[in-house]
Design a protein around this ligand. Structure first.
Ligand code: GUN
Ligand code: FE
Length: 434
């Protein structure tokens, strides 16, 4: 762990102001060296400058000609839904009842949450994702299982037990009090233990009673350094249902505001059908809008307006939302984000996309002092990528004229097949074979 180790290859990372992402904000070193010590980044720069500074016995892992980037970050994913992906023919509310709530009940079975947690972490790391914000199931043991497995692997994960006390099968509901007590116990055991962080997780206004929302508010007040994660404004029927359940709220965002759940550490999935007031409320609260491209397309939910979020000064994070989403890969996720923006006359450069899934997400999560770049002192979570991993990509790259074109091919055609290696705190992860 304490030994110095160095990775040689094409370094690419981002620096500076997330609201001014242009080509200027990236750092690229063609023959670069990334020096790691004690699991942290010690230096990133030109190989010829750094090599002479290393102790004689330093292990140098030669990844040339591959790209070396900070590990990807996924801001919203459901651990219990790895066997829900690709469920046919339904939009949100029907999809929840017909498929999702059926699968999530299985986490009551002995060993199932452990199995799904191992699978999810394998799949994330194979896709180059080293940090994620994870919804577990309503069962306290599901979050216990996920944290235990993540802690064993030393991955930096944010997770929480879902709280839901109505509009779901009886086997999947807690109560305002039990949801509070179980979340509280999990926070005590896991928040800040090693690299684990807790997210207070009322699933969404539809499945939480006012009493449970008040219990969530108490948790937030008692643990202001925990995250909050929930869903909002994903689907028209969902919005109508939420408004019906909370008739006194100004709007959907107002429901969360009324219970103190809209703050700087709040990650709100989807944000597709937002009113002017809701955008303002997000901006004022510093809340994060989480854009889930493959899920929004797969469930037919709608088109996220990134340009609007930028204009309103609302932080945006990117996420897969597995199992509404259809790929674990943040590269594939960004390819779909590009298409969603194209449908609205907006655009997304390769640099902006790669910024979003590394430093951009780290900033949105308030974790950029720990992860998301190669600044000295950051945790050495790293992905090594081969942009020519497939025949189609190698063929297309024959005509790419510069770095930005090459990276746009990577973002548009890339996925887990491009991942050569993943490192967690400077240690190479054993990736499972397909
Ligand atoms: N809204 C409430 N729960 C969920 C979920 O599991 N997935 C998605 N996409 N939306 C939700
Ligand atoms: Fe979700």
């Amino acid at each position: 762990q304490d030994a110095v180790r160095a990775l040689r290859g094409r370094l690419l990372w981002f620096v500076g102001d997330p609201h001014k992402i242009g080509e200027a904000a990236h750092r690229y070193v063609e023959d670069g060296l990334l020096v790691v010590e004690g699991g942290l980044i010690r230096a990133a720069g030109e190989a010829r400058a750094l090599l002479p500074t290393l102790p004689a016995a330093t292990e140098i892992i030669d990844h040339r000609p591959h790209l070396i980037m900070p590990g990807f970050i996924d801001a919203h994913i459901h651990m219990p839904q790895t066997q829900v992906i690709a469920s046919y023919g339904a939009q949100l509310m029907e999809w929840l009842n017909k498929y999702t709530f059926v699968e999530e009940q299985k986490l009551a079975q002995q060993g199932h949450a452990e199995k799904l947690s191992r699978f999810l972490l394998d799949e994330l790391l194979s896709s180059g994702t080293t940090t994620a914000a994870v919804y577990c199931s309503v069962h306290e043991k599901s979050a216990e299982a996920f944290f235990t497995e993540s802690h064993r692997r030393n991955t930096r994960m944010i997770a929480g037990k879902v709280m839901m006390d109505r509009n779901a099968p009886a086997a999947l509901t807690d109560t305002a009090e039990s949801g509070y007590a179980e979340s509280k116990a999990l926070i005590g055991r896991w928040h800040g233990k090693g690299r684990q962080l807790y997210a207070i997780t009322p699933r969404f206004a539809v499945t939480s009673s006012p009493e449970q929302m008040a219990a969530s508010q108490r948790l937030v007040a008692e643990h202001p350094d925990c995250f909050v994660q929930t869903h909002i404004n994903e689907n028209r029927a969902e919005i109508a249902f939420a408004r019906e359940l909370y008739p006194d709220a100004a709007d959907y965002a107002g429901i969360y505001e009324d219970y103190g759940l809209l703050g700087r550490k709040s990650l709100l999935g989807h944000c597709i059908h937002m009113t002017k007031r809701e955008w303002r409320a997000f901006a004022q609260a510093g809340a994060v809008a989480v854009f889930c491209p493959t899920s929004n397309l797969f469930l037919g939910s709608g088109l996220f307006d990134w340009e609007r979020a930028r204009r309103e000064g609302v932080k945006v994070a990117l996420a897969t939302d597995i199992g509404g989403g259809t790929s674990y890969s943040m590269l594939r996720t960004m390819a779909e984000a590009y298409k969603i923006l194209q449908l609205q006359g907006q655009s997304l450069s390769a640099f902006e996309a790669l910024h979003a899934i590394t430093l951009g997400n780290a900033v949105a999560l308030g974790l950029d002092h720990l992860i998301g770049s190669f600044e000295a002192g950051r945790e050495a979570d790293i992905v090594v990528l081969d942009p020519a991993a497939t025949l189609a990509m190698a063929h297309r790259l024959e005509t790419a004229r510069d770095l930005s074109e090459e990276l746009f091919v990577l973002v548009t055609l890339g996925d887990e097949r491009n991942v050569v290696a993943t490192y967690v705190m400077g240690e190479r992860v054993e990736l499972p074979e397909a």
